[in-house]
Design a protein around this ligand. Structure first.
Ligand code: GLV
Ligand code: MN
Ligand code: MN
Length: 412
């Protein structure tokens, strides 16, 4: 049976970690940035050396094909992959693991001459972390990137997607052309670190993902009145920041109390305007994120938070505007892919735990067009989206071997 080479996979993971490496450990490699583009060029070369046919689509997705050089409904492919972009000050495995384990799986299959009825491909989906838009590359691939939205897509710091892509040599208006022909993907399976503590705490080596959360992000903007911070009596102030602060605390409480128990929320970006010490803030802007695996609960929480924002604004005599910026749909994973993962783990003598993913992944987009699923391995200390994110190399080897077997089972 085909077995992956951990030393080669480890060397590739450690090499990729050098693109955008931070002095104290970890990595910052946002999509379209210079280190990301250097990593992309390196990845294409690695694919070629592994005997795969590499290509890059108009949305910046990188593919390496085995028995294919493009997507074709006449020969549906089994696809694996993940992403090589990272969050700022992120770790070396979130995304890189799934791409490089997928590459190693296909490299091993190619080298060993293992037969597979369906063509195989490994993908590095662009901008998974959503700097410019949630799950951008896989969204374009499934035909859900709205061309009308592309010109206005921008990062939280204001940088426009059009400019970032142009710098990297891509034309943003052409990204929707990345849509793959209907029926050209037979199945999708992605390996990822869990990014949470559940597998490690249970002492289980492999997670079989049953569903992936939906994520909603909105700007919640409270607009009051700028005033002199010394002379304006306290009771006359219409402070945009304090309205935002009150909303943040109350929305957290609402999501915890009225959610499903799995519902979570976060305020990751706060802008205060004009942003100086001697002016009462005219405006407080929050980037509000909510996650939940049940679409109905997510909808309910979104509506209730909007009502709360209006109530806080009214009481504090400010205005509020809610600008939704992205919404991904919670997605169930296909029973057929879950069964392939369970069977592969069982062949290797590895216990599995069925679980939902509390992080977003490209697999949830792929689930809209094909049977999709995910394999999780434990994260050390449950840590992720931080520089010390890690797993054990043995756990990585186990995950990659479950991946290669699952791929072969799905490819027939
Ligand atoms: C992706 O990493 C996410 O934010 O869930
Ligand atoms: Mn991530
Ligand atoms: Mn990821």
């Amino acid at each position: 049976m085909t077995t992956i080479s951990l030393p080669r996979l480890r060397e590739r993971i450690e090499t990729l970690a050098r693109f955008g490496a931070l002095p104290g450990g970890g990595v910052t490699r946002s999509c379209w940035s210079p280190p990301h583009e250097e990593a992309r060029a390196w990845l294409v070369e690695q694919m070629r050396e592994a005997g795969l046919e590499p290509w890059v689509d108009p949305a910046g997705n990188v593919f390496g094909g085995l028995g294919m050089s493009g997507f074709d409904a006449a020969r549906p492919a089994v696809v694996t992959g993940s992403h090589i972009d990272t969050v700022p000050e992120g770790g070396i495995l979130d995304g890189a693991l799934g791409v490089l384990a997928g590459l190693e799986a296909l490299h091993t299959i190619h080298e060993s001459g293992t037969a597979h009825a369906r063509p195989l491909a490994v993908a590095a989906w662009s901008d998974e972390e959503g700097r410019y838009g949630s799950l951008f590359g896989s969204r374009a691939f499934i035909g859900k990137l709205d061309p009308a939205q592309v010109p206005s897509m921008a990062a939280a710091d204001g940088e426009r997607l059009v400019d970032a892509m142009a710098r990297a040599g891509f034309e943003a208006s052409r990204a929707p052309e990345a849509a793959a022909p209907a029926g050209s993907v037979a199945a999708y399976v992605e390996l990822h670190i869990e990014q949470g503590p559940r597998l490690e705490e249970a002492g289980i080596p492999i997670g079989t993902v049953e569903a992936i959360v939906g994520v909603r992000r909105s700007w919640v903007v409270f607009v009051g009145q700028a005033d002199h911070a010394g002379t304006t009596p306290m009771e006359r102030r219409r402070d945009g920041f304090l309205a935002a602060a009150e909303y943040a605390l109350k929305a957290r409480e609402l999501v915890v109390k009225r959610g499903s128990g799995r519902s979570v929320t976060n305020f990751g970006v706060v802008h205060v305007h004009p942003g100086v010490g001697n002016i009462v803030p005219a405006r407080g802007e929050l980037l509000h994120e909510m996650r939940e695996p049940d679409p109905a609960v997510l909808d309910k929480l979104f509506r209730e938070c909007a009502t709360l924002a209006r109530r806080v604004a009214r009481r504090r005599q400010v205005q509020v505007e809610i600008r939704p910026i992205s919404a991904t749909t919670p997605a169930p994973c296909a029973p057929r892919v879950q069964a392939a993962i369970d069977a592969a783990a069982a062949e290797l003598g590895l216990a599995t735990q069925h679980m939902y993913s509390a992080a977003g992944h490209d697999a949830q987009n792929l689930a809209a067009v094909t049977d999709a699923g995910m394999i999780f391995i434990p994260s050390k200390g449950g840590r992720s989206h931080r520089v010390d994110e890690m797993s054990d190399w043995d756990a990585i080897e186990r995950g990659a071997n479950v991946l290669v077997r699952s791929l072969l089972a799905l490819a027939g």
